[in-house]
Design a protein around this ligand. Sequence first.
Ligand SMILES: Nc1nc2c(ncn2[C@@H]2O[C@H](COP(=O)(O)OP(=O)(O)O)[C@@H](O)[C@H]2O)c(=O)[nH]1
Ligand SMILES: [Mg+2]
Length: 212
Amino acid sequence: MEEKPSLLIIGNSNVGKSTIAKLLLPNPSQYKGKIGKTPGSTLLIKPITQKQMSYQIVDLPGFGYMKKESRRRQEHIKQQLVSHIENYHDKYFFGLVVLNVLRIEDELGKYFYEKQKTIPLSFEMITFLLEFAIPILILINKIDKISNFDEIRIIKFFIDSARRYGFNIVHLDHFNYDYQVQLPYLKFSGLKKTNLGKLKKIINFFFTNYYK
Ligand SMILES: Nc1nc2c(ncn2[C@@H]2O[C@H](COP(=O)(O)OP(=O)(O)O)[C@@H](O)[C@H]2O)c(=O)[nH]1
Ligand SMILES: [Mg+2]
């Protein structure tokens, strides 16, 4: 990887990772990467950056499942992500864990009601990033797709579910910057650019902090 400090973007396929990466570029129109395409079969790590940027973005593809993927393949992809983070964790100043608001009830509900023993992949990844001292923000994306009413219900469900795994999730506005105690979330829309200003601000905060 190049020498600029890196911002990690992680999440299931199709949650909006590439869209968010593009929104963070000073010159989005120069971005040649693909949005809305099915990820390839191997984990391709290609940092995105532009001249005027002080950091680079690593939009990690292939995390999570596509319906047709076998368990074994999912495990393989997860293992690749895990070794990548093990090898490069000190380059990452911040991580965005992106969730699709429309998938939260399905994904987390499944674990509780089917009483599966495994922990949800997003929570597993969060734990893993925190073990390597990478600060994170949970971005609840595609918020434009639901009503206010549903949004409140789903976010409450998310926070309650997370608590069962020992995560105390609070809105970014109330975050005390102590990852031992809290984890911040922000609702977001890549389409409407909801909270893009707040997102850029916290990225810059952790970028600056990286050098302290
Ligand atoms: N409605 C809506 N669509 C979005 C949003 N963010 C991304 N998308 C769409 O979701 C699809 C997947 O986005 P992409 O960025 O490629 O997801 P990735 O697979 O996580 O990189 C594309 O069709 C995007 O245009 C959002 O906030 N709202
Ligand atoms: Mg993508």
